[in-house]
Design a protein. Structure first.
Length: 440
């Protein structure tokens, strides 16, 4: 009854109701576009493409696009080129002084960076478009470069930019986190298909029903672990000194600084996954896969793919934590508000202490993130259908968990502002994420 009442309360709030309806409308447009096939493609040849996109890393690309990749849709390239461009711009903001200056210019600087990100997204699309057409579509290409490949590349680029526009409108007019929500919908759209494929695989196998039940229980356990990873915090005690202003006394209380065990959230896995997609792009463009080590990088169950993937996740976790968590700023804020960590001198020593704590909790957090990320490989090796295996951890599950928690947190904020109970009773709030893919 509590959940039903919460849904009724959501419908009572006009602003929240409008935002939800707008979000549903934009998502419907996105899903419709996922089935609009590029003009000129022979439908019979799409069977081979859908078969290829059901295994390996291509199935992961297809999942992120909500099936548009396998359908040779106008949205086939999805939102990942924009994510890749955003990653490059963030790296440039660390390494290039001119981009660092733009970041310090406030709103005008962020506007310039967003503009450059879009330019870079178009450039990536113009490379990935022909790679997709020659490599993935292959035999379905009905013409030459000038009369079909080039126009189709423009259509694919325009489709991805339109998806980006939909995501931005969801952020501005809808429920928020539009880019993340687009990816979430793509992942959810592939879940029923993956589940049906796994049921078909086990339905006639001896003990198939028991195996399916075990898989579902394991999936629930992995999901719970992912939620713990997203929400886990280490609390650092802070004492505020007493201040007397007039007849009122301020401070003198103990609070806590919540330092997240995984401050970078899903961004390291997004960074690493974007890099691991590069071999596929090159292979598609060259229309051949190569052999040996090259093939292993395109197989999500191979040792080298998962080893490199895990190492990059750990490295990117430290990197992204370093640029999102500023111990010096936190120490200055504490000092400015007459706060201090018991047993630690304010100022530089406090910053060093916070940095040490972050370093210690980031290591287990990054290793745990890497383990969750490579779990689909173990699921695949156990014989689970490759499409369903992607939900046993990995990028898809972490994004799904994180974005759902973010969305529920935003809805709950609207409810609590208007004195309604949220999805959880008061005192047990939904913890969202910061510094994650929701930043897009």
């Amino acid at each position: 009854m509590g959940f039903v009442q919460t849904v009724k309360n959501i419908w009572k709030i006009e602003d929240l109701r409008q935002r939800l309806l707008i979000t549903i409308g934009f998502i419907a447009i996105y899903r419709f576009g996922s089935f609009v096939v590029l003009p000129g493609i022979n439908p019979e040849q799409l069977v081979a493409l859908q078969s290829n996109a059901s295994t390996g890393l291509l199935s992961l690309l297809d999942m992120f696009s909500g099936g548009a990749f396998a359908n040779a849709s106008i949205f086939a390239l999805g939102i990942m080129p924009y994510i890749s461009a955003s990653i490059v711009m963030q790296l440039l903001g660390i390494a290039v002084p001119s981009f660092q200056k733009m970041q310090r210019e406030g709103e005008s600087g962020h506007t310039k960076i967003n503009q450059y990100t879009r330019y870079l997204t178009v450039a990536i699309l113009l490379v990935q478009g022909p790679a997709y057409l020659y490599g993935a579509v292959g035999g379905a290409i009905p013409g030459g470069f000038w009369d079909w490949v080039l126009p189709s590349t423009v259509i694919l680029a325009g489709g991805s930019m339109f998806v980006l526009w939909l995501g931005e409108r969801i952020t501005d007019k809808g429920i928020g986190n539009g880019i993340s929500f687009i990816i979430l919908i793509g992942i959810i759209a592939r879940l029923p298909h993956a589940l049906v494929a796994e049921v078909d695989r086990l339905i006639d196998a001896p003990g198939g029903l028991i195996l399916l039940l075990i898989e579902l229980l394991f999936l629930v356990a992995v999901t719970a672990a992912a939620i713990m990873l997203v929400q886990g915090v280490r609390k650092v005690p802070v004492q505020y000194a007493k201040r007397v202003v007039g007849n009122k006394q301020y401070g003198g209380v103990r609070q806590y600084i919540p330092l997240k065990v995984n401050a970078a959230n899903v961004m390291p896995i997004i960074f690493a996954q974007a890099i691991m997609f590069i071999p596929i792009t090159i292979a598609q463009f060259s229309a051949k896969e190569g052999g040996g080590f090259w093939v292993s990088l395109m197989n999500f169950t191979s040792f080298w793919y998962n080893f490199i993937f895990a190492l990059m996740i750990i490295a990117f976790t430290y990197f992204y934590t370093a640029i999102t968590v500023n111990p010096v700023q936190m120490a200055e804020d504490l000092k400015r508000n007459n706060g201090f960590i018991p047993g630690v001198k304010p100022g530089k020593r406090t910053a060093e202490y916070i940095d040490t704590v972050m370093s210690r909790i980031t290591l287990p957090g990054s290793v745990f993130l890497a383990i969750v990320a490579i779990l689909p490989a173990f699921a695949g090796l156990m014989g689970i259908n490759s499409q369903f295996a992607h939900f046993f951890g990995g990028t898809s599950l972490l994004i799904l968990v994180g974005v759902v928690l973010d969305t529920l947190q935003q809805i709950e904020s609207h409810l609590l502002m208007r004195h309604y109970d949220g999805f959880l009773k008061s005192g047990a709030k939904i913890k969202g994420r910061t510094g994650s893919i929701a930043a897009y």
